[in-house]
Write a protein of this length. Sequence first.
Length: 476
Amino acid sequence: MSRRGIQALLMVWLLGLTGLGAWAQPAEIPRIEAAETEFVQALQAFERGDYGLAYRQFRRVIDAYPAHRRTTAAWIMAAKALYRMGEYDHVIRWADEFVARYPTSRYRSEAERLRHLAEAALHRRQQATRLITLGILLPMDADNVPLTQALFDGIRLAVAAHNADSLAAPVRMVFRDAGNDPARVQAALRALIDEQQADLVIGPLYSEQARAAAEVAEQRGVVLVAPLATDERVSEGRRFVFQANPTLTVRGALMARMAVYGLRLDSIGVVAQFGDPTAERMAEAFQAEVLRLEAAVPFYKLLPSAQAWAQLVQHVGRDTLARVQALYLPLSGANAPVLARAALSSLDRSGLTPRVLGNAAWRDVQAALQASRYLLTFSNDFYLDTSRAEVKAFVQRYQALGRMEAPDRLVYTGYDVTRFLLAQLPDRAALTDLADRIRTAPFYQGLGIRLHFEGGQVNRALYFHRYRDGRLELLR
């Protein structure tokens, strides 16, 4: 390059650094030809991207000669080279020293700008070392998109709330379509972990897909939390896989504990519908737990059909019913409210008033007075107190996303599960024992769901409601 070309390049660099139109030094500052030559060489090294060499050469221009025309320019260019090398702490110290030595220099504003850039870059680097990557594994087929969107809205609002805390480790989200095929679910989870560096994962939606994903998560040692799956095989025998939704077995067992310890019942009959695997599983777990707690289960009756609920008393026998304090009647399916009314009406006709115990399917019973007659008490996995200030604030944040409708339970579930998980991660180092932290975390009251793993892999926190005096009450 000709000397004229180098001088032109030098002028462009200097103008670009300062944003000023004049770089001429005061006349009394000498021009040292050797320093000029070395400055140009340093500038050429900078242009080539050899920032280490450029920095050393700019330092020589500063240190090897008394003050000259290129001294302050070399300071600025040395700082620029340090910045390009990622030596942000050094840039800050270098810029501070420059301002201290040359407080009236026309290059002071450029030194301060470089210091600001270095501080910002240093902050980004520190944040990156603290960054936690949350993987989201949900299906995107036409049938499931509304469910995925609702759950994702809750997750993103939880992450935003977490990241608003400047002291918390920052979290970023990465997403993969889980699909519905187990093989595809496993491939998607591997991609989340291997390609997108997910540190923990929420999803998939359903038990079958969650069981497939659980195999990969356990192999990789990555925490996976299934938000909805109720099949106990999802997390059974695993260390890194958790179920936020209590399994059917847990639901039955917790209702039994409530009956024996909370309601002080010691004689409870169990009735379920044959061929309803959901109800049967809860009924079996309820019976087993009642017996373990040394209370009595005088009978366990399976009704032959849905129509049999209307003749509940006849199928069990009036005398048999009269011997128990309470009846556990687990139901499932969209028709559960109709079956519940049929069962209560059968009891009405008998004149017997045992306490009726149930599961979440009983929450939609439309006969409050009739239910109150039997002090109907049931477990519930979701309850929203709309009078809470936190709930009202959440609705506003949700609608700020452009949603016109009120958030549904999946939105709240996504939010509560994510807030709970991130509460166990004060910093990135906590990822090393995250599974243990989840198991031992204290009881968590979310906006709509409760979470408490009590040393295991399945959430064991439920609400308990009862009907009394024509009103539905939160019992516990």
